[in-house]
Design a binder for this molecule. Structure first.
Ligand code: PMP
Length: 456
């Protein structure tokens, strides 16, 4: 057992930790029977440390959230200080932590987003956004896109355009949510080719707004996350902003994964200088030290609620222990220049991944921005057919990407494998040597996929 493991858990062996976890807890998005979680006893910087002391390079920042890396002393101190000072006050009171964080957010968020609602997850922040959009517009429909993820509660999974939704509502979409085609230039869902397409996928959204009544908002991940790091062409987001403005519809940007320097800007929407009416974020806001989500709204929405009832709230909204470390995280990101760092390391990662693609026929595409990249795996480069689909996952089949991730784990590198692609998103403090090591480990095990792919 690691010497730094907590006193409370020192009585348990690693095997007992794993056994008790399996006995009493649900492993999410999986069959329970084959869940065999690794015991993580410690972590520091870009590394996780298991119960035997073995270190693992974290090549995806866990769930693309540990942006600052582990054991940042300033963040730990902020948590301890806040716990000693004031661990909780109900949200109707004013607290120093909320005031300080809000002041900082008003400086860092895209200009004009100036009134904030704090939650404890990205999912809840999206739920708040949907309700606020509906209260503000008096309309009910949300246009979301296929190949998106917005959370796992009834409302947010209903707005999620990927197969994870199907288990919740067999065959159906949630009330009030309609789906538009995703923006995906590698596999365009409407069979167009950029740039000749003139961003027809955005025009389609305008067509939907005009032919549906009652549309409150268009909801987008600026760069789609779990569904494959889909980066839109530069014209897409400004065009969508114009469409929303011309049709009186709100634009909601779900920056749960893309916020906080991940893409080489504080927020991904900054790449296109587009300001959404509502920006939702979580994950990197505290680098996952504590659970915090944020729903930030524009001036006009803030104004509206001056004299309209704000019908929403939680016991743990704006919990001081979640807010104080966010202030420390922002200061640490500024001190360490992490947003610039993500931007500067991007060409290095891109070149390495393109090299990898030229060596391995099982890679169909590599794409990304900042320190946020996907390696898209295909059985056949011509047809772009993936090795596996979500249907394979829910039928319990062994997925090619999971086989590779397991080999990488044995070699001391953790990577997010998502059905048909890998997400490469190390903590923003990562060094070039660590990037080299992570990519070399992927390189080594891609032969598993190459052998299963058609000759290109
Ligand atoms: N939106 C996006 C874009 C996400 O990536 C996620 C989580 N992966 C969520 C919402 C949900 O956030 P949480 O898991 O914190 O509820």
């Amino acid at each position: 057992m690691s010497p730094t493991d907590t006193a409370a858990s020192q009585a348990l062996t690693s095997q007992q930790v794993v056994d008790l976890t399996r006995q009493y807890n649900y492993g999410t998005w999986r069959f329970q029977r084959n869940w065999n979680p690794m015991h993580i006893a410690d972590a520091e910087g870009c590394y996780l440390i298991d119960g035997s002391g073995k270190r693992y390079l974290d090549f995806s920042s866990q769930l693309m959230c540990s942006n600052l890396g582990h054991k940042n002393q300033a963040v730990i101190d902020a948590i301890a200080h806040q716990a000693q000072q004031l661990s909780y006050a109900m949200p109707g009171y004013a607290t120093t932590a909320r005031a300080e964080l809000s002041q900082l957010l008003a400086e860092i968020l895209p200009k004009g987003l100036r009134k904030f609602f704090f939650t404890t997850s990205g999912t809840e922040a999206n739920e708040a956004a949907f309700k606020i959009a509906r209260m503000y517009t008096g309309k009910s429909k949300i246009i979301a896109r296929y190949r998106s993820y917005h959370g796992s509660t009834i409302g947010s999974i209903a707005a999620t355009g990927d197969p994870r939704r199907w288990a919740m509502e067999p065959g159906g979409k949630g009330p009030g949510v309609i789906f538009a085609p995703e923006v995906n230039c590698y596999k365009c869902p409407i069979r167009h080719t950029y740039p000749g397409c003139n961003i027809a996928c955005a025009d389609y959204i305008e067509h939907m707004i005009r032919n549906e009544s009652d549309v409150a908002a268009v909801l987008v991940e600026p760069i789609v996350g779990t569904n494959g790091v889909l980066v839109p062409p530069d014209e897409y987001m400004p065009k969508l902003r114009r469409i929303c403005d011309e049709n009186g519809v709100l634009l909601i940007a779900d920056e749960v994964m893309t916020g906080w320097g991940r893409t080489g800007e504080w927020f991904a929407m900054n790449h296109w200088s587009v300001i959404p009416d509502i920006l939702v974020t979580a994950k990197g806001i505290t680098s996952a030290y504590v659970p915090l989500g944020l729903c930030a709204t524009s001036e006009k929405i803030a104004e509206f609620f001056q004299d309209h009832f704000f019908s929403h709230g939680h016991t743990y909204e704006a919990h001081p222990i979640t807010l104080a470390p966010a202030v420390a995280c922002i200061h640490e990101m500024q001190r360490l220049n992490l947003v610039e760092r993500a931007r500067e390391l991007a060409p290095y990662v891109e070149a390495k991944l393109n090299d990898l693609k030229s060596k391995h026929r099982s890679i169909g595409d590599v794409r990304g921005k900042g320190l946020f990249w996907a390696v898209d795996m295909v059985k056949d480069r011509t047809t772009k057919e993936p090795f596996n689909t979500y249907a394979d996952k829910v039928s319990g089949k062994s997925l090619v990407v999971d086989q590779i991730a397991a080999k990488m784990l044995a070699d001391g590198v953790t990577i997010q494998a998502w059905v048909s692609h890998f997400v490469i998103a190390p903590p923003l403090i990562v060094t070039k040597e660590e990037i080299d090591r992570g990519i070399a480990t992927l390189d080594k095990h891609l032969t598993i996929a190459d052998e299963a792919a058609s000759p290109s």
